[in-house]
Structure formats: C-alpha cells, structure tokens
Design a protein around this ligand. Sequence first.
Ligand SMILES: [Zn+2]
Length: 263
Amino acid sequence: MTGVHRLLAPNPGPMTGPGTNTYLIVSGSDCVVVDPGPPVESHLRAILDAIGGLRLRGVLVTHTHPDHAPLAGPLAAESGVHTYGHAPGPGFAPSRRLRDGDRLRFGEAVLTAVHTPGHTADHLCFRMGATVFTGDHIIGGSTVLVQDMGDYFRSLDRIRALRPERLLPGHGNPMDNAAEAIAAYITHRREREAQILRAVRDGARTVGAVVDAVYGEVDPRLRSAAAESALAHLRHLAGQGTVSLENGAGPAETMAVRNTGIA
Ligand SMILES: [Zn+2]
C-alpha cells in the first residue's frame, strides 16, 4: 500500500500562498519526504512525528528555493539518509544528484525524476504512477515565477505528455483534473505572451511600461515578480526575433524594449 500525506509548512505569504506543501510518501514500512521546506523547527518536528516508526529512505527536493530545500539536510541527518536533488543551489546541496529519468525505489513504490527547467534551471518533478509531484512547476490556485520561458513551455509540454491524472503541487491544493490544469497553464502563458507583444507594438518602451500595460495595478509586494515574469516573456520573444531588449545598468524595469517589426 502506498499513500501520500501532505504537511503544510508554516510559511504563508504573497509568494508562497498558504505555505509550502511537504509530502510524505509511504509504501509499506518505508517512506520518503519531498520538499521538506524552510528551516523551521516546528515543521521539522511535524515531519518527524508524521514519519513516526516508518523507515525514512531519502529526502527529495524539487528545486533549491529557500521555501523548499533548506530543511532537507537537517531532516536527512536525523535518519542518516541521502538528500536528492538535481543540482546544488544557494543554501542547499543534495548529497545525491538526480538526472532526468533517474528512479528511486522504496517499499513497492518507484519515483521517477523528470527534469523540468523553467521556474528554475534545477527543477525536478517526480512521477509516481499517474501522480506527478510538481513542486513550483505547476502550483494550485496561481501561476508561478518563470526564469526561462522557452524551457518552461517545453517543461509544461513534457509533463502534459506523461498524461498524469493527479498533480501534487508545492503550493496550494492537489489537482485531480491534471490535463485541464496543465492546459490552463499553457493557455495562460500563451495569452500573456501575446498581451506582452501587443503592449510593445502599442508603444511600451521599457520592461516597466510593459508591466503597467499588461498587469495594471499590481500589489506592490508582487511588482518585482511581475517585472521578472514580463522579462522572461520578453526574452523568449527576443529569442524569436519579434522584440529586442537592451541591457541597461539599472534594474530590470528600466531595460529598453523595441518592436523589431518581425511578425
Ligand atoms: Zn520555487
């Protein structure tokens, strides 16, 4: 029998929604933990309580962001097991690195790593049968911040091609309508990119002006996230030749944008 338990880390906020989802996956008397979360003592105790008398076999992280990975080291040290992730990042380095397609067996369960760059270059999803643990690649109730939009589109296609039934995200609620949720993400990104291209063609000349035109009134706490997201789309468009971007010395919002006139 394999079961999944979700433990919510106490780190709600504008970028983390209700908080980080930590997953305890149990198969027989073995278990693994996915995304133990931020370094919060009470959360570490909650995870250890949930593990109880089970045998912890490994601690996995989807990516090295500070709301997902830092507790991996302390948790793994409690049981003398390895931490698993794609690559080292700020504040966390996995003791075992996973490449695309690598498998982890425990009890009767098999988890397969799926490299899904986009949100970050080091991002992994984990597939277990018809379920995919999506980390910050796809989250419940919101969109995610994207570092590389070309990679991100490819990684969304990658997960769609696996035809999962259920997505268990790093933030927000589980999604039992996986196909719909993935399609909605792809549609949203395509529409956003079209809006951004239109804004440039309508005269927006800086990344900041694009944000004003496309996002309108933004919660000031989310303004830099909106600028980063717009910039990721603009870089993607620049890669296709439809816009050009000029790197200035100042913040991203002041970067100059030009319509190349190429359709
Ligand atoms: Zn993240």
